[in-house]
Design a protein around this ligand. Structure first.
Ligand code: G3H
Ligand code: 13P
Ligand code: ZN
Length: 322
């Protein structure tokens, strides 16, 4: 059942985080739904601009609609990831999306406010919620590359002003993560103080607390990287990501949506490299595709436990009155 992102935020805020997973094809979709059903976890499917172009946006929509029929017990929202203004407008008008992200974080503060506000006005008129971004994550996202020296943490005072002026429903805040497989040099912790600061300053200003979205949340497991390299990959073995044990403490402070894409790509790469490495004469893509769906489902179920959303379907249903 497709629900609104706002409904999921309402039940999760301050208690657990909801995984937001990027999908591009049917195999990822099957693994995602199976994993979430197994874990009894609500989830958010997110579609990037690149994903909408990979086959065709209508193909993704059809895959999701079919998955909804195949898994009638699944509870999820559909979200546009890292949208520009035109893509947000297209998604808002399509009637298919529960929420959109307008990412104008590379613009000046004033321009970001202006663009975000325009999208919020259009989206709210159709009952769709909006995620906006303030601060700059490092790493690579779609066609934008932000190097470490230009990445900067979100300033809590600016965040309060931004939320007040734009009316956005969720804020993607830069709290020390970055996109992709190479997030940190050495082990680094999330900047919990930024999440806490935004929450406390919103409360002090008499404003409702706003869910925080953590982009770049993949954990980049070392054993996944090692297996890929053992099967012919050349990933930097120093690659590392977010400590999964920090998801739940962050959720308690207000991180309600946790974006994960890279980890799923690593599962795909490991399965396919290992399969074709051990069977160099094979050319049927369905056997590794089946292994991938199983492995991705297992990965999603385990992530849901770390996010604290495993087993919450009854609570979510009660809150939705369904
Ligand atoms: O943050 C970006 C997501 O990982 C989506 O990646 O734009 O290559 O589909 P993509
Ligand atoms: P990762 O690259 O850490 O998976 O982050 C994905 C993301 O933020 C999608 O918006
Ligand atoms: Zn992102």
């Amino acid at each position: 059942m497709i629900v609104t992102t706002a409904d999921l935020y309402k039940v999760a805020y301050g208690k657990f985080a909801i995984g937001a997973y990027n999908i591009n094809n049917a195999e990822q979709t099957m693994g995602l739904f199976r994993g979430c059903i197994e874990a009894q976890a609500p989830f958010i499917i997110q579609l990037s601009k690149g994903a909408r172009k990979y086959t065709d946006k209508r193909m993704l929509e059809a895959i999701i609609r079919s998955a909804e029929e195949i898994f009638p017990d699944a509870i999820f929202a559909v979200h546009l990831d890292h949208g520009d203004e035109d893509t947000c407008i297209d998604c808002i008008n399509s009637g298919f999306y529960s929420s959109v992200m307008i990412d104008a974080s590379h613009e000046t503060f004033e321009k970001n406010v202006e663009i975000t506000k325009r999208v919020v006005d259009l989206a709210h008129a159709k009952g769709i919620s909006v995620e906006a971004e303030l601060g700059m994550l490092g790493g690579v996202e779609e066609d934008i590359v932000v190097d470490e020296k230009h990445a900067c943490l979100t300033d809590p005072d600016e965040a309060v002003e931004f939320i007040r002026r734009t009316g956005c429903d969720a804020l993607a805040a830069a709290i020390g993560t970055s996109h992709g497989a190479y997030k940190f040099r050495g082990r680094q912790s999330l900047h919990f103080e930024v999440v806490e600061g935004i929450r406390d300053k919103l409360k002090a200003a008499g404003m409702p607390v706003t869910p925080i979205v953590m982009h770049g949340s993949s954990s980049v497991p070392a054993d996944e990287v090692a297996r890929i390299n053992a099967a012919g990959g050349t990933l930097d073995p120093a690659a590392c990501g977010v400590d999964e044990n920090e998801y739940l403490p962050a959720a308690k402070l207000g991180v309600t949506k946790v974006n994960i894409d890279t980890d799923g790509r690593l599962v795909w790469t490991r399965v396919h490299r290992e399969f074709f490495h051990s069977k160099p004469g094979e050319f049927d893509f369905r056997p590794p595709g089946k292994i991938f769906m199983d492995e991705y489902a297992k990965f999603i179920a385990a992530k849901s436990v770390k996010l604290g959303c495993a087993g919450t379907i009854p609570e979510v249903r009660a809150s939705l009155g369904k």
